[in-house]
Write a new protein. Structure first.
Length: 387
């Protein structure tokens, strides 16, 4: 049977993740050190694990409310209020999702109609484009530049808005660049959003991982609460990637429609994980503090090492990535990453995995042990000397 003709044109048009491609390649190179995945190397804190075990032992193995346990939604509401000064009604304005990727997919499917445009600043996380396409909308990429520290400029944003533009996706701290936007910089974007009548999906998965700068949640800006879909989760903040837990916080009118998508695709997030998330929000502030302190040491170390190798790199102040330029090597991003893996035994991700505006850069994750980072830096230095 010819299977090809039965497949969706939308899905066939989507490429598999280049991040996973290089991670899988690294598994085939004996002794390679992988700095490719954006995954904390910390194990989930024990008190969070214990909460899940306790829930299992007490028989909490059933479906929860579609929107998630009310106790968890209350804790999410409290967390957003005390840490980001934004307020949501836990009864009607929060949905617990299976990670932030599902939150983004759910939000887009509820918001866009066929042919609507969704603006995605590039370089950008690999999930956004496929989710936009699968929702029937059109991704429109707006460049950000190293000379601007990879922040979105309001003039460039405005020049790319058309009568079909409906949604802007923001991700700060940013994956892959580690860039963060100040309150004033975000306020300039908010002026464009209001003037051009846009809705913003603000991906704040790295909001707790900042270094020496204050974080501003987009919904906390004047007149932006009504226009913002805030998505966040537990993967990066509490080292809970495998638990697959996230959430959407938005005005009730949006949530009412989003819960339909959520209800018919996943029913609810896993119950035992939700109990673990309650514990994380209640008693995990010290876990965040300790991990951020360790990430900051690694950030400073790897940034210094990369610069000392002769690669230019702006200082990232969020997430756990650095995004150095490799333009002075005369190699493309893909060539550099491939040769570094096979010749230097270090796996990184080419900047083009995050869009064509990422050409000339590579992404390195410092969510790895200091020993691995030191050895990886040594191997990279030796590799560059041979070029």
């Amino acid at each position: 049977m010819e299977q090809e003709r039965y497949l969706s044109d939308r899905v066939k048009s989507i490429q598999t993740s280049e991040i996973r491609h290089f991670f899988n390649m690294a598994g085939e190179v004996k002794g390679a050190i992988s700095l490719s995945l954006g995954q904390p190397d910390f194990v989930t804190p024990k008190h969070i694990i214990d909460a899940a075990v306790k829930a299992l032992n007490e028989g909490h193995t059933f479906y929860t409310h579609n929107m998630g346990l009310l106790e968890l939604r209350k804790e999410i509401s409290h967390f957003l209020s005390r840490r980001h000064s934004i307020t949501y009604n836990p009864d009607t304005e929060i949905i617990v999702t299976i990670g932030v990727s599902q939150a983004i997919d759910t939000a887009l499917r509820a918001l866009v109609s066929e042919g609507d445009e969704v603006i995605i600043p590039q370089p950008s996380f690999v999930t956004y484009k496929p989710c936009v396409i699968m929702a029937g909308a059109v991704p429109k990429f707006v460049p950000t530049f190293e000379e601007d520290n990879f922040i979105l400029r309001p003039d460039i944003l405005e020049s790319n808005i058309t009568e079909r533009t409906k949604v802007l996706i923001l991700n700060y701290p940013n994956n892959p660049t580690g860039a963060i936007m100040t309150r004033d910089e975000l306020a300039a974007i908010a002026e464009v959003v209001k003037r051009r009548d846009l809705i913003v999906i603000s991906d704040e998965i790295y909001s707790e991982l900042t270094y020496g700068v204050d974080y501003t949640s987009f919904a906390s800006l004047p007149d932006m609460w009504d226009r913002t879909i805030t998505v966040n989760g537990f993967s990066k903040t509490y080292a809970m990637t495998g638990w697959r837990l996230g959430y959407i916080a938005a005005p009730e009118g949006f949530i009412k429609e989003m819960v339909k998508v959520h209800q018919y695709t996943v029913t609810c997030a896993p119950s035992m994980g939700q109990y673990a998330a309650i514990e994380a929000l209640k008693n995990g502030d010290n876990d965040i503090k300790n991990m951020v302190e360790e990430y900051d040491k690694r950030r400073k170390f790897l940034l210094d090492e990369v610069r000392n190798m002769g690669l230019h790199c702006f200082e990232p102040r969020g997430a756990f990535y650095i995004f150095p330029s490799i333009k002075n090597t005369s190699l493309t991003s893909d060539e550099f990453a491939t040769r570094l893996l096979y010749e230097g035994k270090v796996a990184v991700v080419p900047g083009t995995a995050f869009g064509k505006n990422g050409e000339g850069f590579i992404r390195l994750s410092y969510a790895s042990s200091m020993d691995d980072l030191k050895e990886a830096a040594k191997r990279m230095r030796d590799f560059l000397k041979k070029l």
